[in-house]
Structure formats: C-alpha cells, structure tokens
Design a protein around this ligand. Structure first.
Ligand code: SF4
Length: 333
C-alpha cells in the first residue's frame, strides 16, 4: 500500500505542488516530481520509497564523512532510491537516479530498523547513499524510535529541503554531513538542477538548531576549484563557525562526467587556503595521513591520526586535547 506524502498542496484539476524541497514541483495527475519518488495519483501525493531499502551496511562513521562525531564508531547505514538533484558526477547514480523498477529493494519496517540500529556495535542509523530528504516520511517515522533507544541519527545530505519540513525533522537529527557542491549558483543550476541559497540556508538552520554539522565540497577540475570560488566557500564557513569541519573531496570520473580526476595539488591548495581560516580541514580521496589527521586548534599536535577510515592514534580525553587540555569541537565519548 502506498504511503501518502507530507508537505503538498492540491491545485485545480488534481495538479499538485510539492512543498518538500525548494524545487516546488508542480505535478500533473499521474506524474511524478523531479525526484521521481513522489507520485500524484488523483490529486493525492504518494511517496514511493517509504520503507524501501536498496543499500544497508555497517560503516565506519568516518566514511560519511564525520570526523568529529563519535570518531571510531560504526553506524548502520541505509539508503533508498531517488534524488532531487541530477548531478552528472554522482558516485551513487545507480540508486540516486533510479526508479523503483530499476533496482532491487527490500522492505524494512521502522520497528526493525530501530532494533537493528543498536546491533553489532552500531551507534545508530545514518540515512545516506542517496538523498535522504526525499525519504522524508520514512525518516520522520523511524528516527524518533531510534532516538528512544538512546542511539544516534545521522543524515548525509545535499541540504535541499524547505525550511518547514527541515524544522520538523531537525529535533531527531544528531549529526549531518552536508554537501556544499560549489559556491556558485550557476554551478548549482547547471549541474544539480537546484540553487545555492537554499543549501546555505539549510546548513545555517541545522547549525542553529544545534545539530553537529560537517561540510563536504567535491572539487572538480575546472568546474568549481578556482581559488576565487574556494575562497568564497571558506569565508562563508568561517563566517558561520570556523570550528565546522570542512572536507575537500577529490573528484574521480563517475556517471556522465568524464573530466579527468582532480589533481591532488588542487585539493592541497584548497586545504592550505582553508587551514588559514578554519580549525579542522580534511582531504577526501587523497591517500595521505596528514590529509585525514585532526590537529588541535590550540597546540597543533595530532589529536586523531587516521589511515583511511582506521584510527591509528587517538589523543582526546574527555573531549579535550591530551597534550594541552584545549577543548576539541565535536561530539566525543
Ligand atoms: S521533493 Fe521531489 S517532488 Fe517534491 S519538490 Fe522536491 S523534487 Fe519535486
């Protein structure tokens, strides 16, 4: 049985305006919205991916990436299908751009999810792999049950959600990694189908609600890795809070994008620029221990040394630097 969606308005002739994300799709009777997982049937909007799982794994939390939220822990990670963006460089396009008929799915009840969330040493649930905001109803129903078990809820998201649905969801979210794809509205329009400002607004809203946030910026050669654009992004993060961890991720060709991989030097340039203004900067998809080490913002000593997702040295005690006693920003246990 299909589940009725939240956040929509029925218009004349059974047309619908979806109010979940800033795209605001007008959907004709019998049609779907841009995300392909919200269907207008006779003037009622249905969600097509409720309880539908395409991917499930117990991941290191560093893989989200979250480097300042329970480092070293494992988290049950689940995804469905669909996305409100159509990025030609998507790493997970097989599920993000799929219809339900394109991918095998399993049904997972919210009660079972809440139970599995604490098994095998998992600290909770991460809604990830494809865009979780278009899985809204399932997250809204399951996240409170996960929280009731004193477990954590994580979103890995593009941040493209309207203020009212986001506000209703945020009390159940502990941490988010938000993809800030470029500090350019032109880039967003051309490569994602969205806009920059709503993403900035939703990052600010999550931050102001007290959710632990980290930001990822995938650097694609020639598209979003100019020093000017990187500087704007760094300045914006700095203005919000210099303690927000920023992950520059190195692009590799995927899906429809054939531009060669981003040179390591470009990622390193962004890393160096950000280190001058922000406390915690990382390089993803760069196989270098320094790129993934957390340094104390006060004494500069290494707090967490990582090899890939594995922690090989940990120097935080009670949330403080073991060497100088400075508080480390994030959530540590
Ligand atoms: S959630 Fe989907 S249907 Fe609704 S506005 Fe966004 S893209 Fe359109």
């Amino acid at each position: 049985m299909l589940k009725e969606a939240l956040f929509y308005k029925t218009l004349e002739d059974k047309r619908i305006r979806c109010l979940l994300c800033p795209k605001g799709c007008i959907i004709e009777n019998g049609q779907r919205g841009d995300c392909r997982v919200r269907l207008n049937r006779n003037g009622i909007l249905y969600t097509l991916n409720y309880k539908k799982i395409t991917s499930l794994a117990l991941d290191p939390i560093e893989k989200k990436p979250l480097y300042h939220f329970l480092p070293g822990s494992k988290i049950l990670s689940i995804g469905t299908f669909g996305c409100n963006f159509f990025c030609p460089f998507c790493q997970n396009w097989e599920i993000s751009q799929a219809l339900e008929s394109d991918v095998p799915t399993k049904t997972l009840s919210i009660e079972d999810l809440a139970i599995y969330a604490g098994e095998y040493g998992s600290c909770g649930v991460a809604y990830t792999y494809n865009e979780p905001s278009i899985w809204y109803e399932f997250i809204k129903d399951s996240a409170p049950l996960v929280k009731e078990r004193s477990l954590k809820v994580v979103l890995v998201t593009n941040g493209y959600i309207n203020p009212i649905p986001q506000k209703e969801l945020l009390p159940y979210i502990d941490a988010m990694n938000i993809d800030l794809k470029a500090f350019s509205d032109d880039f967003y329009v051309k490569y994602t189908g969205g806009h920059l400002l709503p993403v900035l607004r939703s990052i600010e809203a999550a931050y102001n609600a007290g959710v632990h946030i980290e930001i990822t910026n995938l650097l694609i050669t020639g598209l979003n890795d100019s020093p000017e654009m990187i500087k704007k992004l760094i300045d914006w993060v700095h203005h919000l809070d210099p303690a927000i961890p920023l992950h520059f991720s190195r692009y590799f060709p995927a899906y429809k994008m054939t531009i060669p991989e981003t040179p390591v030097e470009h990622v390193k340039m962004a890393y160096n620029m950000a280190q001058e203004k922000l406390h915690y900067v990382y390089m993803g998809n760069v196989w270098n221990i320094d790129a993934n080490t957390t340094y104390c913002k006060h004494c500069g000593r290494p707090l967490i040394v990582r090899r890939g997702y594995e922690i090989i040295s940990y120097n935080i005690e009670s949330g403080k630097c073991k060497f100088c006693g400075e508080e480390v920003d994030g959530v540590f246990e």
